[in-house]
Write a protein that binds this ligand. Structure first.
Ligand code: UD1
Ligand code: CA
Length: 458
């Protein structure tokens, strides 16, 4: 097989986004656009991938990490100039180079592979991925020979004549090149155009005039090639990606009651026969098991959920939840919460860095932070851990089978022993041994006849 290289263009500022965030870092379905490209390229057996960075270089590198190599384009003089920055790394290599823009997040590895195959089978020096757009405004147009239909050149929208603008076949910004031919041609690209930039697409005309074979691979999927230059296109990309993800989930056996109102990140996994209700947002690398019910109106981020678990109107972040767990309505699991199987967390319960053992319950109105709770514990309504003294956080331990009466304050650090009882309304400051009862509240005083006495003199 030919050597394969990839160049990803990600140095532009993205002026049209009107944003402090660099364009290629804007997210589509929870993942930065340029990360989508890099992830799809993983399916293309590329020997070396080079990302051209410039605006926000450090942030882009931080995002992509060691998955790719980098070259810096200090001044953004155009897409041709951008690719030329990779010459010291790639210029001498033999092989095929695929060039992709960091702002075309919907492109799939299948389409990239079809493009590479077309390029290699035609023995072309350059192959353009094209598409037919009903509204081609803003895209470069593919100009073909009237005689034999071969590609002559690409003209940018801004440089195109009225007649050229009628052409609906667009340059998607993705190409395959013979690596050596690419870098030789790039040296001849000038900047005599409306934008005063060195255009990568000009390489096509240069190679064509040298009599080299230029091919074009037209994908029927224009929606896959959207270039995101502004927030309107960003929302279109979001929609296309969302439909793609939701359709995959449904084909894999997940029920989505209202796909238009269900948002699942591209890296999340959901098991068969799980039902997702409207208004649910599943972010990051969340994994949800089989036979769960999630939503309506729930947000789950970077969490692992077992099988047969229910999550209603709740928020779950960076947490680990077992099987047959019931969460909500209106629960909030903050980071590092761990719920074992058959746990129940109910109305208005907030947990943070807390583990609950099998079958334990906190059904109503509790805050449990920095706590280790054993199996079969019942945390009564309104009970809380007092984990913070204004400076430090302390641990509360509640051992197996303990019963925490309603409205108790457990002042950490404190341990409640196995099967101990805490009387309702207690404020517990000292450890409670196993199997004992702790009552920490004032005895009741009752003053009989009080109402009548109060009314004396009326
Ligand atoms: C480009 C193409 C156009 C095509 C369209 C498809 C050119 C001149 N035009 O136009 O034919 O139809 O994409 O979406 O190539 N970049 C750099 N350095 C630069 C300039 C740009 O790295 O100096 C990067 C940008 O970050 C971006 C990509 O290259 O990811 C494309 O640049 P952009 O300005 O968006 O090009 P378009 O005007 O969309
Ligand atoms: Ca673009």
């Amino acid at each position: 097989m030919n050597n394969r290289y990839a160049v990803i263009l990600a140095a532009g500022k993205g002026t049209r986004m009107k944003s402090d965030l660099y364009k290629v870092l804007h997210q589509v379905c929870g993942k930065p656009m340029v990360q989508h490209i890099v992830d799809q390229l993983k399916g293309c057996q590329v020997d070396k991938a080079i990302t051209v960075v410039g605006h926000g270089a450090e942030k882009v590198k931080e995002q992509l990490g060691a998955d790719v190599s980098y070259v810096l384009q200090e001044e953004q003089l155009g897409t041709g100039h951008a690719v030329l920055q990779a010459e010291p790394m790639l210029g001498n290599q033999n092989g095929t180079t695929i060039v992709v823009c960091g702002d075309t997040p919907l492109l799939t590895s299948e389409t990239m592979n079809s493009l590479i195959e077309e390029h290699e089978s035609k023995n072309a020096k350059a192959t353009i991925l094209t598409a037919l757009a009903s509204d081609p405004t803003g895209y470069g147009r593919i100009l073909r020979s009237h005689e034999d239909g071969t590609v002559k050149k690409i003209v940018e929208h801004k440089d195109a004549s009225e007649e050229e603008r009628l052409v609906k076949e667009i340059n998607t910004g993705t190409y395959c090149f013979d690596n050596q031919a690419l870098f030789q041609a790039l040296k001849n690209v000038g900047n005599d155009n409306v934008q005063g930039e060195y255009y990568l697409p000009d390489v096509i005309e240069i190679l064509q005039e040298q009599g080299k074979i230029i091919a074009a691979f037209q994908t029927p999927l224009f929606s896959e090639t959207i270039g995101v230059n502004d927030r309107v296109a960003l929302s279109q990309a979001e929609k296309v990606m969302k439909n793609r993800i939701n359709e995959r989930l449904m084909r894999d056996g997940v029920t989505l009651i209202d796909p238009d109102n269900t948002y699942v990140s591209s890296d999340a996994k959901v098991g068969r026969d799980t039902i997702i209700y409207p208004g649910t947002i599943i972010k990051g690398e969340t994994i949800i098991g089989e036979l769960c019910e999630v939503g309506p109106h729930s947000e789950i981020e970077n969490s692992k959920i077992g099988n047969n678990t229910l999550i209603k109107q709740s928020v779950v972040h960076d947490s680990d939840v077992g099987d047959f767990v019931s969460i909500g309505p209106f629960s909030h699991l903050r980071p590092k919460t761990q719920l074992n199987d058959h746990v129940r967390v109910g109305n208005f319960v907030e947990l943070k860095k807390t583990s609950m053992g099998e079958g334990s319950k906190a059904s109503h109105l509790s805050y449990l932070g920095d706590a280790e709770i054993g199996n079969g514990v019942n945390v009564g309504c309104g009970s809380i851990t007092v984990n913070y003294d204004g400076k430090n956080k302390y641990l509360t331990k509640i051992e197996d089978g303990a019963f925490i009466g309603c409205n108790s304050n457990l002042i950490a650090p404190v341990t409640i022993g196995k099967e101990a009882f805490i009387a309702a309304g207690s404020t517990i400051t000292d450890d409670v041994p196993s199997e004992s009862l702790a009552i920490a509240r004032q005895r009741q005083t009752t003053k009989e006849g009080y109402t009548k006495k109060k009314n004396i003199g009326k």
